[in-house]
Ligand binder design. Structure first.
Ligand code: GLN
Length: 198
C-alpha cells in the first residue's frame, strides 16, 4: 500500500487525509521531520500560507521537504500549498510579502487574486492529464507565470478577471490554486496517487 503524507501544521488537513484514505492509500499526518519516514508522496493543504510557512521553519521541515522533492517524491500543493511551492509570491493588495516559502517550483503566484473571503466561488475547470474538476476557490491565489521547468496546466474562467492560471506542473510537483477536497472532487488526488505508483 502506498503511503502519502499530509503536511499537518494548519489548514485543511483532515479533509485531505480522509480523501486519500477513501482512495485506498495509507495517509499520514506530517508534523515533524521524523513523520516523513516512509512517505512516498506529500500533500501540502490549503490554509494560510504565512502561518504554514512560519510553522514549517519552527518544525524544521523546510530542508527535509526540499530533500524529498530532490529525490523525486511527488508533491501536491493546493491553494496555500501552491503558494508555498512557488518561488515568487506577491499579494494582490499589499504587494511583496517576503514570507517563508519552500520555493520549489518555477512559478510566480499572486495571493488573494480574486479578492476576499466573500469573493470565494465554486467553478469547473479542465486540468491537463487530470480532467474536468469541480472545485472551490477560497481566497485563492493565481498562477501568474511559469518558466523554466514549470508549465501552467489549467486555467479558470473568471467573470471579471478572465482566464486565470490555476494549475501548474513541474516534474514530480503539482500546484493548484483551488480546494478539491471541499467539493469532494477526487480526480486530482487519484491522478496524484497514480503518479506515485508509477
Ligand atoms: N489566501 C491564503 C494565503 O494566502 C490561501 C487561502 C487558501 O489556502 N484557501 O495563504
Amino acid at each position: 500500500m502506498v503511503t502519502v503524507g499530509v503536511l499537518a501544521l494548519q489548514g485543511d488537513v483532515l479533509e485531505h487525509l480522509q480523501l486519500l484514505e477513501e482512495l485506498g492509500v495509507r495517509a499520514k499526518a506530517v508534523k515533524r521531520p521524523r513523520d516523513l519516514a516512509g512517505v512516498e508522496g506529500l500533500v501540502i493543504p490549503g490554509g494560510e500560507s504565512t502561518t504554514i510557512g512560519g510553522l514549517l521553519i519552527a518544525s524544521g521541515l523546510v530542508e527535509p521537504i526540499r530533500e524529498l522533492a530532490e529525490k523525486g517524491v511527488p508533491i501536491l500543493g493546493t491553494c496555500a500549498g501552491a503558494i508555498l511551492l512557488a518561488s515568487r509570491v506577491k499579494d494582490r493588495v499589499v504587494g511583496e510579502t517576503s514570507q517563508p516559502l519552500l520555493g520549489l517550483m518555477d512559478i510566480a503566484v499572486v495571493r488573494n487574486a480574486f479578492g476576499r473571503q466573500r469573493e470565494s466561488f465554486i467553478a469547473e475547470l479542465e486540468v491537463e492529464r487530470v480532467g474536468r474538476l469541480k472545485v472551490a476557490f477560497i481566497r485563492a491565489p493565481a498562477i501568474a507565470e511559469a518558466w523554466g521547468r514549470s508549465r501552467i496546466t489549467g486555467y479558470v474562467d473568471h467573470p471579471e478577471l478572465g482566464r486565470v492560471g490555476a494549475a501548474a506542473e513541474q516534474g514530480n510537483m503539482i500546484a493548484v490554486t483551488f480546494h478539491p477536497e471541499i467539493t469532494g472532487e477526487r480526480r486530482l488526488h487519484q491522478y496524484f496517487v497514480e503518479r506515485i505508483k508509477r
